[in-house]
Design a protein around this ligand. Structure first.
Ligand SMILES: *[C@@H]1O[C@H](CO)[C@@H](O)[C@H](O)[C@H]1NC(C)=O
Ligand SMILES: *[C@@H]1O[C@H](CO)[C@@H](O)[C@H](O)[C@H]1NC(C)=O
Ligand SMILES: *[C@@H]1O[C@H](CO)[C@@H](O)[C@H](O)[C@H]1NC(C)=O
Ligand SMILES: *[C@@H]1O[C@H](CO)[C@@H](O)[C@H](O)[C@H]1NC(C)=O
Ligand SMILES: *[C@@H]1O[C@H](CO)[C@@H](O)[C@H](O)[C@H]1NC(C)=O
Ligand SMILES: *[C@@H]1O[C@H](CO)[C@@H](O)[C@H](O)[C@H]1NC(C)=O
Ligand SMILES: *[C@@H]1O[C@H](CO)[C@@H](O)[C@H](O)[C@H]1NC(C)=O
Length: 358
């Protein structure tokens, strides 16, 4: 009896305490049913890049497992359980690609898998390559997610890209790198992610929609040290790889626009804004920041120059330009912040990865 009284008292008081929702928020009233469909060309084109990325990762994870005998994996500390984990990551991509294609089906823009070409010849190189691919896959989505017209589809993509972030860290660990040499993950534009992805597409079904973003001319750091120390084994953490050195001089080389790239049947060529000024700076794209360093020793014929790895620490005390980051040669120091980062596109002469510290 007493307990019955008590519990009804608790119910009464908790019912009284049930708070009204705070004012504001979008899509939380229940007045509108969410529609999981692109609301603009921007949404559709962004998801077309996304599905290309997911299909490549699906193929890549399978290819890594199929390319090397078990002994090669064991030799770098990747046991059968870790190999099964890579297998499961491939299966995650099946789900991600299906989710994105379901959304694209509502506007008649689905894609199928392409065939791919990969640059690795050892397990360690393959894992480092997978870290790189998932790094820009992740960053490419962060760059456009808050700009999508459709919030419902942004929600679905968010819930897939967070698993991709975990894949990236897992690949870094398996490759023997320090897992997270940064305080924040950067965002990239669709054009930047697509520029990094398209060279690995060998041939694609003709029915695949064309990607409606430019491919920037490639940019390389040509004096990077050998990428991987063969003495390092897979580990949850490892001090080795990313020991970025502010002050280090980087030798750069880039390509002219107009080069054919990607699957030949789709006629993609590299491109840049025709109204660009002369190359003057390198934008280091990392964490929340774009940090500029002047371009020096510029040779416009050979398309080479040097720059200095900037001395930056997040909030004056955190990580610097570290790990797998991205660089662009620009015509000026464009002031951009994470939410207006895409305004950098129109200033890019060339774009590529920088494996800081290697
Ligand atoms: C490459 O590694 C050597 C030895 O660790 C170092 O002295 C040199 O500065 C590195 N090169 C670059 C471009 O960082
Ligand atoms: C890794 O770096 C940390 C911090 O400097 C240090 O405490 C630790 O001993 C290092 N690990 C190895 C294996 O040297
Ligand atoms: C950059 O490196 C890639 C891969 O090694 C190579 O295919 C490409 O030709 C290089 N481009 C430049 C401009 O050095
Ligand atoms: C690519 O170019 C060829 C030759 O000009 C043309 O036949 C083909 O239709 C083009 N393909 C696409 C996807 O534009
Ligand atoms: C770059 O990072 C610093 C923190 O070190 C921050 O105060 C600043 O606002 C950032 N700049 C941009 C453009 O995001
Ligand atoms: C880069 O990350 C490594 C860990 O791999 C750390 O030891 C180093 O201090 C970091 N350097 C900068 C400049 O952030
Ligand atoms: C981007 O936004 C920042 C404020 O966050 C502003 O200072 C900057 O001028 C903007 N960049 C451009 C190119 O409009």
């Amino acid at each position: 009896m007493i307990s019955k009284l008590l519990s009804s008292a608790i119910i009464a008081s908790s019912a009284l305490a049930y708070p009204a929702p705070p004012d504001g928020g979008v899509g939380v009233s229940g007045d509108e049913l969410p529609e999981y469909t692109p609301m603009s060309d921007f949404d559709t084109a962004s998801f077309v890049v996304g599905v290309n990325q997911e299909f490549l990762e699906l193929d890549l994870f399978h290819n890594i497992l199929a390319s090397f005998p078990d002994e090669d994996f064991e030799a770098v500390g990747i046991d059968a359980s870790q190999r099964y984990y890579i297998q499961e990551m491939a299966e995650q991509e099946v789900g991600h690609a299906e989710m994105i294609n379901n959304i694209l089906a509502s506007v008649g823009q689905t894609s199928q898998q392409c065939s791919y070409k990969y640059p690795y010849t050892t397990v360690r190189e393959a894992l480092a390559f997978a870290e790189y691919i998932t790094r820009f896959g992740e960053a490419g989505v962060y760059g456009f997610l808050p700009h999508l017209d459709s919030r419902p589809i942004a929600q679905l993509l968010l819930q897939s890209i967070t698993t991709e972030a975990k894949q990236e860290v897992s690949m870094a660990m398996m490759a023997g790198e320090f897992p997270q040499p940064y305080w924040f993950n950067m965002g990239l534009t669709q054009a930047m992610a697509w520029s990094l992805l398209v060279p690995y597409l060998d041939s694609c079904p003709e029915s695949n929609p064309r990607v409606e973003f430019p491919v920037f001319p490639a940019l390389n750091v040509t004096n990077a040290n050998a990428t991987l120390d063969t003495s390092i084994e897979s580990a949850v953490s490892n001090n080795y790889t990313h020991v970025a050195q502010p002050g280090r001089q980087l030798e750069l080389q880039w390509e002219a626009p107009g080069m054919a790239v990607g699957p030949s049947e789709q006629n993609y060529t590299t491109d840049k804004n025709p109204d660009l000024g002369d190359p003057s700076h390198v934008a280091f794209i990392h964490q929340l920041n774009v940090t500029y360093a002047p371009l020096e020793n510029i040779d416009t014929e050979a398309m080479t120059a040097t720059t200095i790895h900037p001395d930056f620490m997040m909030y004056g005390k955190g990580m610097g330009v570290n790990g797998t980051v991205f660089i662009a040669i620009t015509d000026e120091e464009v002031p951009v912040t994470p939410y207006n980062f895409s305004l950098l596109n129109d200033h890019v002469h060339a774009f590529g990865p920088y494996f800081a510290g290697i």
